[in-house]
Write a protein that binds this ligand. Structure first.
Ligand code: COA
Length: 181
């Protein structure tokens, strides 16, 4: 799916562009996710686990753009990728009322309203599609994420104890949230 490009103004006055990730930006997209993964313990992988080649990433972006079931929105500032979010619309008959979302922004751009802008777009897309339930998961301790999700009406409905084990040996729960549209 393709997102129609939109300009937004961040809380610090900078301009940013929301648009579908582009195949020619595959290297930038890989660098962005590796960087974001090293800046927080709240993403699913450590940076070195992102070991796709640029060609593999190009293929992934291309499939994403063509998929009728995934909408990805990247946030660009001065031509650089600073964030990305996705909504995966489930397509099997028994689960097609649900859609799962994910989001990650690089640290220099936290708290500037990008997450809020992305959620507005993802919720609008889900409404347009007729989705009934939006879902997101987050790792225990991610207070900024939880605040953002609750601001948009997501509620924690279950938790998975010890879902993650960090390198320092500590365990984290995973929380699962839903929003009914
Ligand atoms: C979580 C994340 C997506 C939020 O995006 P963002 O662009 O920083 O979010 P916004 O600037 O739109 O909003 C942040 C909100 O959190 C609030 N906030 C900031 N720090 C907070 C904290 N420690 N506790 C609670 N709320 C906090 C801000 O005040 C703001 O609330 P408001 O809109 O009511 O004023 C982003 O910070 C991020 O990518 N973090 C690292 C990766 C990650 O955690 N991804 C989510 C995995 S589930």
């Amino acid at each position: 799916m393709i997102f129609e490009e939109k300009q937004i103004t961040l809380k610090n006055g900078q301009k940013a562009v929301l648009k579908s990730p582009c195949v020619e930006d595959a290297k930038k997209l890989l660098n962005y996710i590796k960087r974001a993964s090293g800046e927080t313990e709240y993403l699913l992988r450590y940076p070195e686990e992102w070991n796709l080649t640029v060609e593999q990433e190009e293929g992934w972006v291309s499939r994403l753009r063509m998929s009728p079931h995934v909408l990805a929105i990247s946030c660009y500032v001065d031509g650089e990728v600073v964030g990305n979010c996705e909504i995966n619309f489930k397509s099997d008959i028994k689960t097609s009322h649900r859609a799962t979302i994910a989001i990650a922004i690089i640290k220099d751009y936290w708290n500037l309203g990008i997450g809020t802008a992305c959620f507005n777009e993802l919720i609008a897309a889900a409404r347009k599609r007729g989705t009934e339930i939006m879902e997101i998961e987050f790792i225990e301790g991610n207070r900024r994420a939880r605040h953002l999700y609750e601001k948009f009406g997501f509620c924690v409905v279950s938790e998975k104890p010890n879902a993650f084990k960090l390198r320092d040996g500590t365990y984290r729960k995973e929380f699962y949230m839903q929003k009914y549209l």
